[in-house]
Design a protein. Sequence first.
Length: 406
Amino acid sequence: MWPLDLISSFLSQFSLWQILFLLFVPIVIDLPRTLGKAILLLSHALYSRLRKQKFRLRSLPLISVIVPAHNEEDIIERNVRCLLESDYPRKEIIVVDDGSTDRTYQILRRYSRRGMIKLIRREKASGMKARAVNLGLRLARGEIILIVDADTLLEVRSISNMVKRFADGRVGAVAGNVRVRNQRNLLTRLQAYEYIMAMEMGRRYQALLGLLLIIPGAFGAVRREIMRRVGEYDIDTMTEDFDLTVKIHKLRRREKFAQDAVAWTVVPETLRGLIGQRTRWDLGQMQTLRKHKNIFFRSRFGLVGLLGAPDMVFADIILTFLRFGWLVYTLIVNPLWAFQIILLVLTFYFLLELVHVSVACLLSSRKEDLINMMLAPIVVFIYRPFLFIVRLRAYIKGLMGETVRW
């Protein structure tokens, strides 16, 4: 029997009120959020097209690009070359070799000897990206600090497009547009789809409302004076980029998203790697939210304290448990219709996803992103439910006090 036939058969067994009950959570919570976000972003895109924003820098600030690296011999040379080929003229490149045991240091030393980069070597690995970045900050002279992962490649105009946002003196940090480079199998292509949605919908929406809560550690820039005031990177959480972003918000400085500053990064290619990565992200999120619990519902921290942080807790953590509890209860009440109920719920979310992906592709300047719409059914019916289980498991671990190591 075809899915639509199954749904039709299922719907005929219940009244309208019963169906509304089964779809209560997605209708009441997810539908308004999806439609509201889509309308707001499309309206803003139309307004921006009619009134193009111009960025005027009085002078070109010196940019210190810090690249923490550990055993990156396969990619580090391409990373450095991309940075050297950037069209932004005033930059210094600082690479921190965090105790590599492969040929990373030997490759970098060739560029260091020619004066093309500054190279710092730690004989014994610190085991933490935050420590490597903090070491690089000791040599940094730039007005703006740009952090780039060793496995991330920048496009030629990415640094220039990011620096433009600092023309506004109120801006303390800028998030880059991170895309997936290693689209080698279905799993990495699904993550590429996810990144497009996160950047073209999530980051744009948050930045527009002044609620951007993560300047990505793979490609993000911060004013040096801000970095001094917040005390550089802390090492007490697994999500140092989220932690730093919250500290910047506490200084009441603006944070922007540069959609035209694109960097291509590497994502896990195996399920085990993906599970490990997302578990660290989710546990790190809980760590950072606990650490900065004084930000919640505080007007002195602006909209981030009143809306941003509370919404993150609600949308990511509370809704995860709410959706799980609601689904379990619904299946217990209607055990004979378990398959049809799950199919109905996922079909509803698929319709919402079509709205999301359509808006994202309209907003994206890269029309090749349109091909990712073909992955929407797999994302909704398989990939997202899988990540939902991973996130639920991570949150339960976090509530029980468990941690994981990098």
